[in-house]
Design a protein around this ligand. Structure first.
Ligand code: SF4
Length: 466
């Protein structure tokens, strides 16, 4: 058995971990070593604090269309309930140039959605003399039109300095108008016990500003119920805050003391039964919210990056403000964006049907193929062959041109055929070209000259004979 993550890193001597191998949060690139040793029956613990892990570590993406890029490790806070800080330490940001390079690499892999993650995106770059806003603009410069960016969680203190800039970013066509800002409590007294370093007024200012300056923005938040010092009055203040903003997305948890944290040593002001009641009361209030009411009939653009919902009938997309939209399953739409008309709404998502004006991302898009902006035909074909070789696909459909490309059995020839209901299944080729032979304009001119010389020569011979 191998344990990983913040808790074993922060407290390796925890009961139950005595004979267990541990891989620390900054040693993740050495996972193979740990697994090999564990398989031999050895217990190894790699937990040293090192520089940040490489951004280029090999990975198998849970969703092949979504890339998650950490932009820094650690944070600048010392929240009293937090175990993550013990494991991840002080803020350590990746260089903007390294992050931009990573973005370029994953775009070439066919990614359509990028999530930037951090313990606190608002604090990004303070250790390097840059900022989250500067980083986001640098990334947007290299982001192709079909790729969407999701900015990760930010705590209130540092994002306060960047409100104008972050609002402009969230309005950008290629950025989801969505921000996760955990408030944790609606009481300043509790926030102080948590050492959160902001007030409720700060949080409300951020939410109000974004609501005013980013049309339709979604702000998600987190609440910790029954923090040890929380009085009934503090709790009621949290309830008022939740009621005021009626958050469509909110994670609420009952306080759990993480061993070794200052909050674990705090004297609790309530019974366990009372702690449960408060958590349940928050849950019941949250369940009454209907954030998507009134959306029926609206037409919105939806980016589709999840092939199948749990019901096995729909695929999942997200709108500009990251509303979850379910549409009837159609694998050809996967990885593209479509115009959807909302037909009904649910508690956590909306349902819609695809309408005219559908724009699908072409699998031959240069960015998808990892090619320069205006690639030659030869480059495109070589890239397609590479994908087919790598992924074993036999064909690729280009919904924009209604054509499909497929390779013959020995992978020497690339053929295109019209893909329509009339000939679906028959795959009638209308173009077939060798993948291994490159014909360009000068080759063609040479061939024509050669043919012309042969014809002239033949004519002269015939003339001489007759
Ligand atoms: S901001 Fe607070 S909760 Fe988040 S990682 Fe840092 S110390 Fe922990």
């Amino acid at each position: 058995m191998i344990a990983a993550g913040c808790v074993p890193q922060g407290q390796p001597n925890l009961a139950g971990l005595e004979k267990v191998s541990i891989i620390g949060v900054q040693q993740i690139d050495r996972v193979v070593e740990v697994v090999e040793e564990a398989l031999k029956g050895n217990v190894v613990r790699l937990m040293g604090q090192r520089t940040r892990p490489s951004l280029e570590l090999p990975k198998i993406r849970r969703n092949p269309r979504v890339e998650i890029i950490p932009i820094n490790m650690g944070c600048l806070n010392s929240c009293t309930y937090c175990k993550t800080k013990h494991a991840r330490g002080k803020l350590s940001s990746y260089e903007p140039a390294a992050l931009v390079e990573r973005v370029k690499t994953v775009i070439a892999d066919g990614i359509c959605e990028i999530w930037l993650t951090s313990e606190d995106t608002g604090a990004y770059g303070r250790d390097l003399g840059t900022s989250i806003v500067e980083l986001l603009w640098a990334i947007l410069e290299v982001l192709p039109e079909h790729v969407m960016l999701r900015v990760g969680m930010t705590n209130p203190p540092y994002i306060l300095e960047h409100l104008e800039g972050i609002a402009k970013i969230l309005r950008h066509d290629r950025v989801f108008a969505y921000l996760h800002i955990p408030v944790q409590s609606g009481s300043d007294a509790v926030l102080e016990s948590m050492k959160r370093e902001y007030t409720c007024a700060d949080f409300e200012h951020i939410v109000d500003f974004l609501t005013e300056h980013v049309p339709g923005v979604t702000v998600a938040t987190d609440i910790i119920a029954a923090f040890p010092t929380e009085t009934e009055e503090d709790f009621q203040q949290s309830m008022q805050l939740i009621e005021k903003y009626r958050f469509g997305i909110m994670n609420y948890t009952q306080f759990y003391p993480r061993p070794g944290t200052p909050a674990a040593k705090m004297k609790r002001t309530m019974t366990t039964r009372e702690a449960r009641r408060r958590t349940k009361t928050i849950s019941e209030l949250f369940q009454t919210f209907t954030p998507y009411d009134g959306m029926e009939g609206q037409q919105i653009r939806v980016w589709i990056t999840e092939e199948m919902a749990k019901d096995q009938h729909h695929m999942i997309g997200h709108s500009k403000n990251y509303t979850q939209v379910l549409i009837t399953n159609d694998p050809a739409l996967y990885g593209g964006s479509v115009e959807v008309q909302i037909t009904s709404t649910g508690r956590f998502s909306v349902f819609g049907t695809v309408v005219a004006g559908t724009e699908r991302m072409s699998p031959f898009h240069p960015a998808i193929l990892g090619l320069p902006k205006d690639p030659t035909l030869t480059q495109q074909k070589a890239a397609v062959l590479d994908i087919v070789d790598t992924h074993g696909n036999e064909e690729m459909l280009d919904p924009d041109t209604d054509e499909a490309l497929f390779l013959d059995q020995n992978k020497e020839n690339l053929a295109a055929y019209k893909h329509s209901s009339a000939n679906e299944g028959t795959k009638t080729p209308f173009m077939s070209q060798s993948m291994r032979t490159t014909w360009n304009l000068s080759d063609c001119a040479l061939l024509l000259t050669f043919v012309a010389v042969v014809i002239a020569f033949a004519r002269n011979i015939i003339h001489l004979i007759t």
